[in-house]
Design a protein around this ligand. Structure first.
Ligand code: SAH
Ligand code: SF4
Length: 340
């Protein structure tokens, strides 16, 4: 919602200022997505506002619910006709996480990721980012009377290539006068944008940082995450050490397992020594993600090989989780978001 425009409209039309707060609360606290859902406003005022201003910048084209009901994928259309996807995941009963997109496409172009295939179309605006939360929250409220408990910037795009807008959206989400989530319930996942990691430590020391590592060897990592050419592992290591020293927070390490590529014993050993050089194992949670189909040459390892890989790292003293793949039947799993 463009509050600057609303403020001007109210002034020009002699609407008292307290109405602004009413609109703000209706949108951020009650998740109104249309003027008719704000009955505290007089009906004639609502009618006047309808052609002037949209509450939510996104049009919902499609809402898909996974078979088990624990993943919901939204396809939204933006003003210029481009499409983005947002996923709600229900990991704990009645507690939903939302996986938010930050760009249309992605400039990093990791070869195993559906989002990266088409390159970058454009950055999302702060409102387009926040509105994904508000539209999904409105849907959950209306259909289940549930709430969103946490936000992960892990949808389409590289959040740190759209730092300003992501930062503004985090402010909207964590400001008590607006959405009011705790910073600790907000996580940003990056492919390893070193300068932005340093900035994030200063700007949002209470938020969570996740780094998509996928390999602890520069040659392999450059193949898998081309951003590694710009910010190689040595620079990433320094930035993470500084991040941990500054924030005293854990870092989440994302590692997509692809059979025969990065899931050998020696890959696990390299990961162990690389992380140990950054900080003590207690500062990391390693999230192992089994590769989700995106139509490339990669394959997911068999289940037992995933457990072996996890076991090695656990024996090295790391906390390891194997990410449950919710929503793969609706192409809403990690890396499958393409805005088709
Ligand atoms: N660009 C950011 C955030 C979005 S990608 C980043 O890369 O961190 C979100 C996560 O999905 C990343 O950890 C990414 O590596 C992972 N991912 C991408 N493609 C995948 C696939 N095909 N299967 C499983 N995970 C994938
Ligand atoms: Fe971009 Fe992340 Fe996909 Fe890589 S994995 S192409 S950084 S969205």
């Amino acid at each position: 919602m463009d509050f600057k425009k609303l403020t001007v409209f109210f002034k020009e039309n002699g609407v008292p200022a307290f109405r602004l707060k009413q609109v703000q609360d209706a949108i951020y606290k009650n998740f109104a997505v249309s003027w008719d859902e704000i009955p505290v406003l007089p009906a004639p005022l609502r009618e006047k506002l309808k052609p002037e201003l949209r509450i939510n910048s996104l049009d919902t084209l499609e809402t898909q619910v996974s078979k088990r009901g624990n993943a919901i994928k939204f396809c939204f259309e933006l003003k210029d006709g481009l499409k983005i996807e947002t996923v709600l995941l229900n990991l704990i009963p009645e507690k939903w996480s939302i996986c938010i997109s930050t760009q249309v496409g992605c400039p990093v172009r990791c070869p195993f990721c559906a989002t990266g295939k088409k390159g970058l179309k454009r950055n999302l605006s702060p409102d387009e980012i926040t509105d994904q939360f508000l539209a999904a929250a409105s849907f959950l409220k209306k259909t289940r009377n549930h709430k969103i408990a946490s936000v992960i910037f892990m949808g389409m795009g590289e959040p740190f290539y759209n730092y300003e807008a992501v930062g503004e959206a985090i402010h909207a989400m964590t400001d008590p006068a607006r959405i009011g989530l705790g910073q600790r319930h907000v996580s940003v996942s990056t492919a390893g944008h070193v300068p932005a990691i340093r900035r994030f430590a200063k700007d949002f020391p209470q938020c969570n940082l996740a780094v998509s590592l996928h390999a602890a060897d520069d040659t392999l990592r450059t193949d898998l995450v081309p951003l590694n050419r710009t910010y190689p592992l040595s620079q990433l290591a320094k930035a993470l050490t500084d991040y941990i020293v500054m924030t005293k927070r854990k870092v989440f390490v994302e590692y997509v397992l692809m059979d025969g590529i990065n899931n050998s014993r020696s890959s696990a050993a390299k990961l162990n020594s690389w992380l140990r050089a950054v900080a003590a194992p207690k500062y990391f949670t390693i999230n192992l993600i089994t590769y989700n189909r995106t139509g490339g040459p990669y394959r997911a390892p068999a289940k037992d090989r995933v457990s072996v890989f996890a076991g090695i790292l656990e024996d090295c003293g790391f906390e390891v989780t194997i990410r449950k793949s919710l929503g793969d039947d609706i192409d809403g799993a990690c890396g499958q978001l393409a805005g088709k």
